[in-house]
Write a protein that binds this ligand. Structure first.
Ligand code: ZN
Length: 101
C-alpha cells in the first residue's frame, strides 16, 4: 500500500506577484492616492519606494492575519485546511487490522 502524500503549505511571499498584488491593493485601500501637485501616486508604491523596510515588515504583519494555505499534492488545488488539501484527491485510509481467530 502506498503512503498518502502530504499537503503542501504555500507560504505567502512578496516575491510571489499575486501575493504582492494583494498586499499592494490592501495598502492602496488604506492609504489611498497620494497627490503632489498634479501628480498622483499609489500608497503602496510610495511606501515601497520611500521605506522598503517598513513595506516588508508590513507584509509580514499582513500575512499573519491571513488564513494558512495548503495545496493538494495531486491536483494543486488550494485549501485553507491542511487535511482538506491532503484528502482533496486522496481517500482517507482506515486502518483495518485483520485478526485471525
Ligand atoms: Zn486535489
Amino acid at each position: 500500500m502506498e503512503d498518502l502524500k502530504n499537503a503542501i503549505e504555500r507560504e505567502y511571499d512578496l516575491d510571489n506577484s499575486e501575493d504582492k498584488a494583494a498586499y499592494d491593493e490592501m495598502l492602496n485601500e488604506v492609504g489611498g492616492e497620494i497627490k503632489i501637485g498634479n501628480l498622483t501616486f499609489d500608497a503602496a508604491d510610495v511606501v515601497e519606494t520611500m521605506d522598503p523596510i517598513a513595506y516588508r515588515c508590513g507584509f509580514a504583519d499582513y500575512v499573519d492575519n491571513l488564513p494558512e494555505r495548503w495545496e493538494c499534492p495531486i491536483c494543486s488545488e488550494a485549501h485553507e485546511d491542511e487535511d482538506a488539501a491532503k484528502y482533496c484527491c486522496q481517500e482517507e485510509e482506515e486502518e483495518e487490522e485483520e485478526e485471525e481467530e
